[in-house]
Design a protein around this ligand. Sequence first.
Ligand code: 5GP
Length: 121
Amino acid sequence: MTYDETNIFAKILRGELPAKKLYEDDYALAFPDIHPQAPVHVLVIPKGKYISAADFNAKAPPEELTGFYRAVAHIARLMGVEESGYRLICNIGPDSQQMVPHFHVHILGGKKMGHLLAASA
Ligand code: 5GP
């Protein structure tokens, strides 16, 4: 599977679609999810062209891996959920219903969440 340059998050990275930047550094960009599922619902994406977490974890150089995952932790702190706790979600591929084929981590928090996601049969 090749990276689709027309995906929504690629357009946000290129500045072709608007997004409220909550955080940006060399490795990551964070913005609010357009359909929030919790009081805090932030999407964090890497700057490079990776389809999913599996693609990113397999192919990104160590500096990008470290920079990105450190940014995720930093953003959770910035969003004020470090102490109260939060959930990270990465959907990978069709069964997870990944909608946007550019790797992204969802940071969800700001309320008590269910124990795990219900995987409906
Ligand atoms: P996925 O199902 O791929 O893990 O999640 C994609 C997420 O992107 C969804 O939660 C959806 O609400 C969000 N999303 C889709 N289009 C846009 C957009 O144009 N802007 C923002 N900020 N979020 C989007």
